[in-house]
Design a protein around this ligand. Structure first.
Ligand SMILES: Cc1cc2nc3c(=O)[nH]c(=O)nc-3n(C[C@H](O)[C@H](O)[C@H](O)COP(=O)(O)OP(=O)(O)OC[C@H]3O[C@@H](n4cnc5c(N)ncnc54)[C@H](O)[C@@H]3O)c2cc1C
Length: 315
């Protein structure tokens, strides 16, 4: 283990600690579920529903070791980035799919996607492919009673929900669906690599869940067509040039990665709240259709690039 920081123990306003794999389940060809436990998770929690709560995981680097965050203080991130890459490991973003157990036996359930098309590319995907009980990671997660952020699902008073995602957003959409009130209405579109990746989900009766196995179709093609048809627009997919795609696309009612103003405008689909996450190019195409094409108010939509084809996520 590589010591990251020295000094007296310091209580950060979030959990930053090693967790151990307690259980591994291969849910389908592309999904691996792990339960991650640590006594430190006794303090895990947020104020209200978890919805699409994100967390960070640090996977071991090429040395095979994890950095130690013991005694970390507010400078933990800059200090961590200064460690040589092979010892630092790789930080990636995931979703809390569920929480099981209580107290010091609290475990966070995380569903990781295996990138089967590109081979087991990426440290997160590679780790998931061979994960075993007893393996260790570092987790950064909310501490009960402290502000953490990382929940983007904010439907307000919307009467109708549109949830859209590819396989990386299936854990978030599944968690959101399970937490919705019984009377919620809307549709969820989920594109997954293949038919075997269609999972059993709990959703309110008024929310239709449409699975779209990709099979041999290009990434996002079925998802785009299904969503725009659902909204009553022609399904033709707009051309999005590679240099127009922001790999860190994040456009929500409260934050814009492009710096765009959230303008007040009369809106089509005024009763709708849309939550859209997945590959940045696919999400950019949908954004163009919904905001520019259909005039849906940006305050009613969260568009989130969860990954970018051909680009490793920045730590
Ligand atoms: C808020 C948020 C929540 C997320 N929740 C989850 C989650 O619960 N489960 C989950 O699996 N992912 C989730 N993701 C996506 C995940 O962070 C990325 O897929 C990340 O790139 C995985 O890291 P990696 O080390 O496997 O690959 P990287 O090192 O980042 O990338 C290596 C290569 O793999 C490619 N790649 C990355 N993701 C995929 C993919 N899904 N399919 C095919 N190729 C891919 C990249 O384009 C690149 O070429 C989430 C992302 C965000 C922002």
């Amino acid at each position: 283990m590589t010591p990251l920081m020295s000094g007296t123990a310091h209580r950060l306003p979030f959990i930053l600690d090693e967790v151990e794999v307690r259980r591994v389940e291969r849910l389908s060809p592309s999904f691996v579920r792990v339960e991650l436990g640590s006594p430190a998770l006794a303090d895990f929690g947020v104020d209200g529903p978890l919805w699409d709560q994100r967390i960070k995981l640090v996977f071991p680097g090429s040395s095979g070791r994890l950095p130690s965050f013991a005694g970390a203080d507010e400078s933990w991130y800059a200090t961590w980035l200064d460690i040589p890459a092979e010892e630092r490991g790789h930080m990636r973003t995931y979703t809390v799919r569920d929480v099981v157990g209580t107290g010091t036996d609290t475990r966070l359930v995380v569903d990781l996607v295996l990138h089967l098309v590109d081979g087991a590319s990426g440290p997160g995907s590679r780790w998931a492919a061979t994960a075993r009980p007893g393996d260790r990671l570092v987790m950064i997660a909310p501490r009960r009673g402290e502000a953490f952020g990382g929940i983007e699902f904010v439907p307000g008073g919307a009467q109708r929900l549109l949830l859209v995602g590819d396989e990386t957003a299936v854990p978030a959409v599944s968690a959101i669906l399970e937490q919705l009130p019984a009377g919620a209405r809307g549709t969820a579109f989920l594109e997954v690599p293949e038919t075997g990746d269609v999972l059993d989900l709990d959703a309110p009766v008024g929310v239709e869940v449409v699975w779209l196995p990709r099979d041999d179709a290009p990434l996002g093609e079925r998802l785009h067509a299904a969503v725009v048809t659902h909204l009553g627009a022609p399904a033709e997919r707009p051309e999005v040039a590679a240099d127009e795609i922001d790999p860190n696309l994040w456009e929500t009612p409260t934050y814009s990665s492009s710096g765009e103003e959230v303008a007040e405008s009369p809106s089509a689909h005024g009763d709708l709240y849309a939550w859209i996450a997945g590959e940045s190019g696919v999400v950019t195409g949908l954004r163009r259709h919904l905001v520019r094409g259909l005039g849906i108010d940006r305050r009613q939509v969260a568009f989130m690039g969860y990954w970018r084809h051909g680009v490793a996520m920045r730590s």
